[in-house]
Design a protein around this ligand. Structure first.
Ligand code: ATP
Length: 331
């Protein structure tokens, strides 16, 4: 009897989102793994057409699926992706940054995993206008979320052959909130005696990442710092078009490129599908399809090495041609 297909909710969203997601779907299909893809609307265009950026039907589809593949949302990102992350209970945003052979980049030795807390910090949404000239945003940091993310990062490091985890913070200024985050990391670290645990201020980490990213293997940090440092890491390895991410929780998983909707290049076949294709590989691995995940990653790496890529990486291929090139190399 054929294997029951995995149900994947597909939310292309805005700008280049649908283009890069289409490329990732082609790759997933080409692996031969059985999938049942169901497309759902969300984002700016959806808001304009229906009056809501994240329809109930889309949310239900995401909750019912084995995994979600998400493209990008433009101005409605906060209403779409932040809400999806919250509703799906995905408390981790896993953001790998790895330099690839054949891609010109600032720091070819970069290979790190940024483990970003995904539910609180300044993104908790408590922002108020006190007077027309004064606004206030509340930063939420809790013991439960901080211990959970620290444990996830240390556990991930141990399971993936990494020897060191760096907790990144700004506790010298944010004494209460990052003080609490750091205290939680310190409490959890001794549960993993085989790993080296260190702490570093976010500003110094930003500089050290540029000078020598090999100092970092796994970074665990709060929501805002994780967001910023992962874009910095993208800059080190050759750009946003290369970086996938996974939002993981106890019951759900959503995969999305780190880049946004990039309206400047949308609809022209210019978008680099690498990040989305690598999201597909992360999705496969999450579903336990390790072999298929490794095949996709290897084929993608071969294309990057031989410069069968889009123009942002110096190649000549369109988005869909780049996806086809990867499919041709699937072993
Ligand atoms: P958003 O508001 O949705 O975040 P944005 O354009 O402000 O969109 P990004 O989408 O993250 O931010 O991208 C910034 C720039 O990087 C884009 O304008 C585009 O030129 C480039 N870029 C991003 N993603 C890709 C990609 N997949 N392929 C090629 N270039 C990209």
């Amino acid at each position: 009897m054929p294997a029951k297909p995995y149900q994947v909710a597909v939310i292309g969203g805005d700008g280049i989102g649908p283009e890069v997601v289409a490329a990732a779907l082609q790759l997933l299909q080409a692996t031969g793994v059985a999938f049942d893809f169901r497309a759902y609307p969300a984002g700016d265009d959806c808001l304009a057409a229906t009056g809501v950026a994240l329809p109930a039907e889309t949310l239900q589809g995401a909750l019912a699926a084995d995994a979600v593949l998400f493209g990008a949302a433009g101005n409605t990102a906060a209403d779409v992706i932040l809400r999806l992350r919250a509703e799906l209970g995905t408390f981790v945003n896993l953001r790998p940054a790895k330099a690839y052979a054949g891609v010109d980049c600032l720091r070819p030795a970069t290979d790190m995993m940024i483990v970003r807390e995904n539910t609180e910090c300044i993104y908790a949404g408590h922002e108020n206008v006190l007077t027309p000239e004064v606004t206030i945003a509340t930063r939420v940091i809790t013991v439960a979320a901080s211990e959970r993310i620290a444990r996830f990062a240390l556990d991930w490091a141990g399971r993936h052959g990494r020897s060191k985890v760096t907790a990144v913070h700004k506790a010298n200024v944010l004494r209460k909130s990052d003080g609490l985050f750091l205290a939680c990391c310190r409490r959890v670290a001794p549960e993993y005696p085989a790993l080296k645990y260190e702490e570093a201020l976010v500003d110094s980490v930003a500089m050290r990442m540029v000078l020598d990213p090999t100092q970092f293997q796994v970074i665990v940090t709060t929501n805002l710092f994780g967001d910023i440092l992962s874009d910095l890491a993208a800059g080190l390895i050759g750009g946003l078009g290369l970086c996938p991410s996974a939002n993981l929780g106890p019951a759900h998983a959503l995969f999305e490129p780190v880049h946004g909707s990039a309206p400047d290049i949308a609809g022209q076949g210019l978008a680099n599908p690498t990040a989305a294709i690598l999201c597909g590989a992360m999705l496969l691995r999450h579903l336990g399809e390790e072999r298929a995940a490794a095949r996709v990653e290897k084929a993608m790496e071969q294309c990057l090495a031989s410069r069968e890529t889009t123009a942002d990486l110096g190649g000549k291929l369109s988005t869909s041609e780049a996806a086809q090139a990867v499919i041709k190399r699937l072993g």
